[in-house]
Design a protein around this ligand. Structure first.
Ligand SMILES: Cc1cc2nc3c(=O)[nH]c(=O)nc-3n(C[C@H](O)[C@H](O)[C@H](O)COP(=O)(O)OP(=O)(O)OC[C@H]3O[C@@H](n4cnc5c(N)ncnc54)[C@H](O)[C@@H]3O)c2cc1C
Length: 652
């Protein structure tokens, strides 16, 4: 049925958009809601719902189309001439259909720092609880148990997690049973996952909020593979949207729009990189830019597309003992391992290795007074103004992945862990703006990565911390040279690759094991973690090597936010505390673009929370009441038995 008019149109089916569309449609079966998503429908896609395959969704291989890759328009001098690449979701469910499923929450002060009525942490805790089906034991009262989003430890926790926690304790990061209590900023934990413990499936927002409602009601109209080109205004009032086929192929690139009218409200939730583009194409943005592109100005808002923020990831690889359980053989594509693990998932998803992201433990950390002295004037200035009086704000996040998060064709054989660290509150800022009004054209994008010097010191500090943790793990067997800074070979900080015993175990009959360039000094002596008592000492030259490596390697953490900030219009704000776009009526923004400042967390929880808050605000304006609990989430539990997926490689 070609519906041409509804009450509410939601543009973009990421977590926030799914919450808004699903909650409103479920609140009133007579309210007609349309959700328009540029990517494909995620329903029953095995490459979405099986948690352990998540890295594959980042492949650009011509078949997989689950992400849009934004590339810096200009090379950056801050990254030694590199361009950053920022993939973001292009599928129903948005990031929640392809993300790493790590459950983390922002600190209470992050929300309080929005300085916005109704958005303080104490206002939001009931909504945080409303969205959760928390499946872990818990000793505090900040989690919820009846919501649609399942959170658990997944099917398995590898023993490397306990090894990591013990080593973290040894360098002064204490274990805690829950560091997602909105308060803890220095502690380690077994990391929870957006995975349903009973079904072994990913907890994506579309299954939880949209498919659930579409299974029981007929008032939620879904359009996928459809890209919103612009909002239609009558004067300043949003009365509908125009969308185009997601790919312009059939029309030879010509823009063929379909118009749908909205009787009551248009909500834009196309993500931090998508939303500002729709606004600008619709005439909402910096008047100077819009006029230069011949776009009629509806509201002059110079803040649209500005203040782009992310978190900065660096990954380091360490070798671990051959006895360790890692996903390396699975990720390499070893047929026997893949067949075994896929079958295990089909038969017993509730306890399968693939019912996990294999990111089982991690920490949030703040530097000590002593460590701050080493972190230079730029970061210390930031510390004094931003962190010092906010003890709930972590500076860095670190976690262990049981396997190499890297291209295995470039790695030597063996087993690995990845130390995955990211900077929680970068001082750097970027921006995104359209280059013209054509929805198929790529925008002008400046990630701004590392353009503030204060961002180097905490990443350098954290590289050292995670390296000290790795060295103290019982499973540690060396540092993979290619995935570390290039220290001078004579420096005490120089990395030491695989140890001789592990090398011999990998190639028992190998004739070259132990030979390096005709000499006999690599691999080195066997490692003994119990003998590691001293931290590695770094010279200024070593620090420079780390900084160069940071410039060469910092990547997105896929946590984009901030391009349509909720703050006063005079300060560059785009939306007010009710998420209404300044200078317009019947138009709201609901996604992470509204954040006026960074959030020290993996951001899925925050996107859901923004969606829940937006649903409340809109329901109130429409005179509706949100219904709890939400409609039952489909696929829970799934039937057990013989595998139905015979050859996983062919089930694209
Ligand atoms: C690879 C990856 C890994 C991540 N890992 C984690 C993790 O482990 N834990 C965690 O907490 N967070 C993680 N995140 C972050 C988290 O998923 C995001 O913060 C969250 O999805 C943001 O939600 P959103 O609703 O703001 O926007 P998005 O998720 O970006 O959704 C926006 C949606 O709008 C659609 N869209 C864009 N333009 C248009 C248009 N013109 N018309 C129609 N539709 C449009 C997009 O296709 C997309 O589906 C990860 C993200 C990615 C991409």
């Amino acid at each position: 049925m070609q519906v041409k008019e509804v009450d509410v149109i939601v543009c973009g089916g990421g977590p926030a958009g799914c919450v808004v569309a699903g909650r409103l449609a479920y609140a009133d079966p007579n309210l007609q809601v349309m959700l328009i998503e540029a990517g494909a429908n995620n329903r029953d896609d095995p490459w979405v719902y099986r948690p352990g395959i998540y890295v594959r969704n980042m492949q650009q291989n011509g078949i997989n189309d689950k992400a849009t890759f934004y590339v810096d328009t200009m090379e950056s001098s801050h990254m030694r001439g590199r361009k950053a690449i920022v993939p973001c979701a292009n599928i129903l469910g948005g990031g929640s259909s392809i993300n790493f499923q790590m459950y983390t929450r922002a600190s209470a002060s992050d929300w309080d720092d929005f300085k916005t009525e109704g958005w303080k942490a104490k206002d939001l805790v009931p909504l945080m609880k409303r969205l959760e089906n928390y499946q872990k034991p818990c000793n505090n009262d900040t989690h919820g148990y009846d919501g649609p989003i399942a959170i658990s430890n997944g099917g398995q926790i590898t023993t490397l997690a306990q090894d990591f926690l013990r080593a973290s304790e040894a360098i002064g990061v204490p274990f805690s049973d829950d560091i997602q209590d909105l308060d803890t900023a220095h502690g380690a934990e077994i990391w929870a996952k957006y995975i349903n413990r009973q079904t072994g499936r990913r907890s994506d927002a579309a299954t939880a909020y949209v498919h659930s409602v579409m299974d029981v009601q007929t008032n939620l109209h879904l359009r996928t593979n459809s890209k919103v080109s612009r909002v239609i205004f009558e004067g300043n009032k949003a009365v509908g949207v125009a969308y185009v086929p997601a790919k312009g192929r059939t029309n030879l690139g010509e823009v063929k729009e379909t118009i749908v009218r909205a009787r009551k409200m248009v909500v834009i939730s196309s993500g931090t990189l998508g939303t500002p583009q729709i606004l600008e194409r619709s005439g909402v943005g910096d008047a100077k830019l819009l006029k230069s592109l011949n776009i009629k100005v509806v509201s002059d808002l110079p803040g649209v597309g500005e203040q782009y923020q992310d978190h900065y990831t660096t990954l380091t690889l360490y070798r671990v003992s051959n006895a360790s359980v890692t996903t390396d053989d699975f990720l390499r594509g070893d047929p026997a391992t893949q067949a075994k693990l896929f079958e295990q998932w089909e038969v017993s998803p509730e306890k399968a290795l693939l019912s996990s992201n294999c990111i089982d433990a991690g920490f949030k950390i703040r530097p000590t007074e002593e460590e701050l002295k080493e972190m230079g004037p730029e970061f210390n200035k930031l510390w004094d103004s931003y962190f010092k009086d906010k003890p709930d704000k972590p500076v860095m996040f670190g976690s262990i992945v049981s396997g190499a998060y890297a291209d295995h064709t470039l790695l030597p054989p063996g087993k690995y862990i990845t130390m995955f660290q990211y900077l929680e509150y970068p001082a750097s800022r970027g921006k995104i703006h359209i280059a013209d009004a054509n929805p198929y054209h790529v925008p002008s994008f400046d990630s701004g990565f590392l353009n503030n010097k204060a961002d180097f010191a905490p990443i350098r500090w954290s590289y050292k911390k995670t390296r000290e943790v790795a060295r103290r793990m019982d499973a540690f067997r060396g540092e993979l040279t290619s995935h570390h800074p290039h220290f001078h070979p004579a420096s005490p900080a120089a990395v030491r690759d695989i140890d001789i015993e592990t090398a011999k175990e990998i190639y028992p009959d190998g004739m070259t094991v132990g030979i390096h360039m005709g000499t006999w000094h690599r691999p080195g002596k066997p490692y003994d973690a119990s003998k590691v008592h001293e931290d590695i000492k770094y010279t200024p030259e070593d620090d420079k090597a780390i900084d160069d490596w940071i410039a060469d390697h910092v990547e997105t953490t896929w946590h984009s936010l901030g391009t349509c900030a909720m703050k006063p219009r005079a300060e560059g704000g785009v939306v007010d505390p009710r998420l209404s776009v300044f200078g317009t009526t019947n138009l709201k923004v609901a996604d992470l673009s509204i954040c006026p400042d960074n959030l020290g967390t993996n951001t899925y929880s925050s996107a859901l929370l923004v969606g829940e808050k937006a649903a409340d605000l809109i329901a109130h304006e429409l005179g509706l009441q949100i219904r709890v609990p939400h409609a039952p989430v489909p696929h829970a539990p799934i039937p057990k038995g013989k595998p139905s997926t015979v050859a996983p490689r062919y089930t694209v």
